[in-house]
Design a protein around this ligand. Structure first.
Ligand code: GTP
Length: 814
């Protein structure tokens, strides 16, 4: 359907919805008026008919009188013609009065009476419709009375005619008599005729009055209804206006309160409305931009958005449809040249389905953007110094390594650590330390080029990436920075603070193929600089064995941490057998094994040195204690299992030196309910001596509980037998190197013998490690050593097997 047609229909429908009551009332009024006119026309026709009726009767008498006097046939025909009128009307009346009136008879009667055929329908309608009303009945009754003498007239006429035809000579007396009778009839008929005339006139007047009143009343009703309807419509309109005003106020309030800028544009792109936020965002007053094109007030930062990009956007805005690329953030230029970052949305506006413009919404995302920038900055920078952080440094280093690939050396990396920085913190406080870190950052930065990357890697460590810098230049630069920092002083209150740098320098060669590798090597190189006395630069050489070993250890650190996290350690146990009696219960040393990432078993010699170097032993020791105690507690609960007499657990030097080890062990004893008398802690001679006071305290306290101690690898350190007196231990474990060689080397045998004797003198039992053959067993038994441990006794087995009491190989040579 064409648009204009459907629009017309729609409008017509809407108009009809409003005016239909008026149309109905007008129609009703018209019908009423029509009916009234019809009724009046019937009354008029009836009156006209009555006139014919009256004249017919009168003229009939007149011509009968003339015929009686002169005997002319013309008069007689005239008499007949005139009498035919009331006679015809009488037929119509009789049919009307009959129980089943005949329309045809009435129609014929009225036509014969000379009425106009067009009037007949209305007359018959009036008479038959209102037959039961007095208004019609009364005149008809009078009409009947008026006709009462018609028969007498006809009889007289018949008589006169007959006499005239019989005798052409009629005497005067006869004539006088006929005329006298005619006159009498005339006088008799007259009152009836007049009564009919009066009655009809009366009814006609009353009908007119009734119609007038009725029409007046209906007109008043129509007017009343119209007024009522108009009142309702006005009320509705007022309510609508009210609602709209409330809605408008609500919309204005909302638009005023929201932070988004809302602008309504007309179809030409000219602004129709702007909410306060939009005005604020654009920095304009509405009346200043009223009737002004978009480009005049919606402007963007030309340094960010090229002119053609802006023109395209404005075009899209005007069309009310943004392209996907328009939906990113736009740098808005306010009228005061300040900048805001906004995101745009548009929507086409329509009124009654016709486009009426475009709604444009500006969302100010400046804060979010700043926040995002800040977060992005924070994610890659260090708060204190403003330098790049470790993550960023690693990223840049990685990018450099990837971009250079296998090509020429990509440059150098410096790993910088401040010397004795802790002292500054400890003596002058953290703030002084912070100030020093900032000052050093500035000092380092001052020596670098724009392409170099200086980052704070954490604590007092810095990383410097020198892309494309040859090693010698890097060395010179590192030296320059070291001297600069050495000369740099920080005034803090009355003190002048200073520090120095230890720098590890690594040349980026293709051999160092990963970022982690470079950092590990650089870290170790820095560590070497510290080892060599600090305040120096250590240049890493690819064949530097010490550095490489430390790097190897560093590899282990990550793997061990992961293993701890993933619980990839497992416990083994190796039986310790008495050489001179039957074992009173299970006696074994707990040994630690590691399952690597592929599930292969790793012996402790591979990872313990690294764990010791990088301080992971306390954590590992704790893991062992917790898991062993859990097993012992489980074993104690199961009555069928063999009792554990002595379970030896190794404690590393690092654990021993820790202040909180004692608390931890006491806590674990009470947590698992393990009998301390079952537990023997093994500590090495060297670690015990290195942490003598703590070791002495620990031994004393735990022995009070019932724990026992054994001194491991005794003889290897040979620090001093004198310490033995201070360390109250229960077992001496003779170092495996002496035991291993004792059968072929007298000196070793003598060493085993003397350790055994000294132990016995001090009341300690002795255990020989590394007992690998029956000959060893025999020799040890001969020397009086108390226990043996080694492959000749039992190989290390999973602790579950040992706890289950599965037999180890029997002691040969016993
Ligand atoms: N003021 C301050 N101190 C920090 C910050 N981060 C780490 N530290 C301190 O920096 C010190 C770093 O000490 P270490 O590097 O272990 O040792 P050092 O005293 O520098 O000695 P060497 O490195 O062996 O020469 C510790 O005392 C940390 O508490 C920091 O953001 N501000």
């Amino acid at each position: 359907m064409p648009i204009f047609l459907s629009e017309t229909i729609t409008r017509l429908r809407e108009s009809l919805r409003v005016v239909w009551p008026f149309l109905l009332l007008a129609l009703l009024q018209a019908v009423l008026a029509g009916a009234s006119i019809y009724a009046l026309s019937a009354v008029r026709a009836l009156t006209g008919g009555e006139v014919l009726w009256v004249l017919g009767q009168k003229d009939a008498l007149y011509y009968l009188d003339r015929f009686a006097e002169y005997g002319r046939e013309d008069d007689f025909r005239a008499y007949q013609n005139n009498l035919a009128i009331p006679l015809a009307e009488r037929d119509a009346r009789l049919s009307l009065e009959s129980p089943v009136p005949s329309y045809e008879v009435m129609r014929r009667g009225f036509i014969d009476a000379g009425n106009h055929p067009d009037d007949l329908d209305s007359v018959i309608w009036l008479l038959s419709t209102f037959w039961n009303f007095e208004l019609v009945r009364e005149p008809v009754r009078q009409w009947a009375i008026g006709e009462k003498y018609l028969d007498q007239v006809q009889a007289l006429a018949k008589e006169v005619r007959a006499a005239r035809q019989a005798n052409s000579q009629v005497d005067t007396a006869m004539v006088q008599q006929w005329r006298g009778r005619i006159d009498t009839l005339h006088r008799l008929m007259l009152p009836g005729i007049l009564a009919f005339n009066r009655s009809l006139g009366e009814s006609a007047r009353r009908i007119v009055v009734i119609l007038l009143v009725f029409n007046g009343l209906t007109a008043m009703a129509v007017v009343g209804l119209a007024l009522l309807r108009v009142g309702i419509l006005l009320q509705r309109q007022r309510k609508m206006e009210n609602d709209m005003a409330i809605e408008r106020q609500g919309a204005q309030l909302t638009l005023g309160a929201i932070a988004d800028g809302v602008i309504a544009l007309d179809t030409q792109g000219l602004p129709l409305y702007m909410n306060p936020a939009a005005k604020r965002m654009l920095g304009i007053r509405f009346r200043k931009v009223h009737q002004r094109g978009l480009a005049e007030w919606l402007r963007f930062d030309a340094s960010v958005h090229p002119a053609e990009e802006v023109a395209r956007l404005l075009d899209h805005v005007q069309q009310g449809e943004l392209a996907p690329e328009d939906k990113h953030s736009w740098h808005l230029l306010r009228s005061d040249a300040k900048k805001r970052i906004v995101q745009l949305t548009v929507a086409r506006l329509q009124i009654h389905g016709r486009p009426s413009g475009v709604g444009l919404v500006l969302r100010d995302v400046t804060r979010e953007n700043d926040y995002l920038d800040q977060i992005t900055w924070q994610a890659s920078h260090d708060d204190l110094t403003g330098l790049a952080n470790r993550r960023e440094f690693e990223r840049r280093l990685e990018a450099l390594l990837i971009s250079s690939g296998q090509a020429q050396p990509a440059g150098a990396v410096l790993y910088v650590d401040l010397d004795q920085f802790k002292v500054i913190n400890d003596t002058c406080g953290h703030q002084a330390g912070d100030a020093m870190l900032r000052k050093i950052s500035g000092e380092l930065q001052a020596n670098l080029r724009a392409d170099d990357v200086l980052a704070r890697l954490g604590g007092d460590e810095f990383g410097i990436l020198l892309p494309g810098c040859p090693p010698l230049v890097a060395l010179r630069l590192a030296e320059q920075m070291r001297l600069a920092v050495q000369a740099c002083k920080l005034q803090w209150d009355v003190q002048e603070l200073a520090t120095t740098l230890s720098v590890g320098l690594v040349e980026l060669t293709p051999e160092l193929d990963s970022m982690q590798e470079v950092l590990r090597v650089a870290d170790v190189a820095c560590y070497r600089a510290k080892e060599r006395g600090r305040n120096m630069v250590y240049l890493y050489q690819p064949d530097d064995a010490e550095v490489l070993q430390r790097v190897g250890h560093m590899h282990w650190v990550q793997r061990l941490r992961k293993a701890l996290e993933q619980d990839r350690f497992s416990l083994y146990a190796q039986t310790i057998a008495p050489l001179h009696s039957e074992p009173p219960g299970l006696h074994f040393e707990v040994l630690l094994r590691l399952h690597d990432e592929d599930g292969k078993l790793v012996p402790p010699g591979s990872f313990i040195p690294a764990a010791e170097t990088y301080g992971l032993m306390p954590e590992i020791d704790r893991w062992v204690v917790q898991h062993v105690f859990a097993r012992l507690a489980q074993q104690a609960r199961q009555a069928k299992m063999l009792p554990v007499h002595t379970c030896s657990i190794n404690l590393s030097g690092a654990s021993l030196g820790g202040e909180d080890l004692l608390d931890f062990l006491l806590d674990q004893f009470s947590h698992f309910g393990v009998d301390p008398r079952q537990v023997c802690f093994e500590i090495t001679e060297t670690s015990a001596i290195a942490h003598l006071p703590t070791a002495v305290r620990l031994i004393k306290r735990l022995r009070q509980l019932g724990c026992r101690f054994s001194l491991d690898d005794f003889g290897s350190g040979m620090s001093s037998f004198g310490y033995l007196k201070q360390l109250e231990v229960d077992f001496l474990k003779i170092d495996g190197s002496f035991v291993r060689d004792m059968v072929k080397d007298r000196a070793s045998a003598a060493m085993v013998d003397s350790i055994n004797r000294i132990g016995h003198v001090l009341g300690q039992r002795t255990i020989a490690e590394f007992v690998v053959t029956p000959a060893h067993v025999q020799a040890l038994r001969a020397l009086g050593v108390d226990y043996a441990q080694g492959y000749a006794v039992a190989k290390p087995r999973p602790i579950e097997e040992v706890l289950a009491g599965e037999k180890a190989a029997a002691l040969t040579g016993a």
